[in-house]
Design a binder for this molecule. Structure first.
Ligand code: ZN
Length: 173
């Protein structure tokens, strides 16, 4: 049986800025008011015969939303972003977080931003596609700690109303 949580109605939202390096329009810093839908397939189980407690799914999803909210999302693995004093795949992301301010270039344009205003994600892009995969990975990890009756989870990260990317991930024993 499946459960579905509607992000806009359940307040699973975040507002963030991002850049898609190299893209003609999305290559400029801009923002979205995102919302996140979650669908989970599993057996009904436990004391209440739930697939999963809605409260848990909402709390875990909201916690991820809160880490991204009101920040500039920076995809650390992106090939077109050249960081100053940071070696990709070698240095740990904490180095950027602890730096005070971060300096990088995209297509020759230079950016200097306080680290505190950014979230550094171990991703190649901060597209809806990559963010939905990121949410799905984190949610499967978190839900697996408490539930062993779940098969599959899908997350749709919506960049505002009308467009979103959905990623599906299986729970593995
Ligand atoms: Zn965008």
């Amino acid at each position: 049986m499946k459960i579905l949580i509607n992000g806009i109605q359940s307040n699973l939202r975040f507002s963030s800025a991002h850049i898609i390096p190299g893209h003609p329009s999305c290559g400029h810093i801009h923002g979205h008011s995102y919302f996140v839908d979650v669908e989970i397939d599993g057996d009904r189980a436990g004391e209440f015969d739930f697939v999963v407690d809605f409260k848990d799914v909402k709390a875990y999803t909201k916690a991820i939303c809160d880490t991204l909210d009101h920040r500039l999302l920076i995809p650390v693995q992106n090939d077109l972003i050249e960081f100053k004093d940071f070696i990709k795949y070698e240095d740990s992301i904490e180095k950027l977080e602890d730096a005070g301010s971060v300096h990088f270039k995209v297509d020759g344009k230079g950016y200097s931003i306080p680290s505190d205003d950014c979230v550094f994600l171990d991703l190649p892009y901060t597209s809806a596609e990559e963010l939905s995969k990121y949410f799905a990975d984190e949610l499967v990890k978190e839900l697996s700690k408490k539930y062993d009756n779940l098969f599959e989870l899908s997350v749709c990260v919506n960049e505002g109303i009308g467009q979103g990317a959905m990623y599906t991930k299986e729970f593995v024993e």
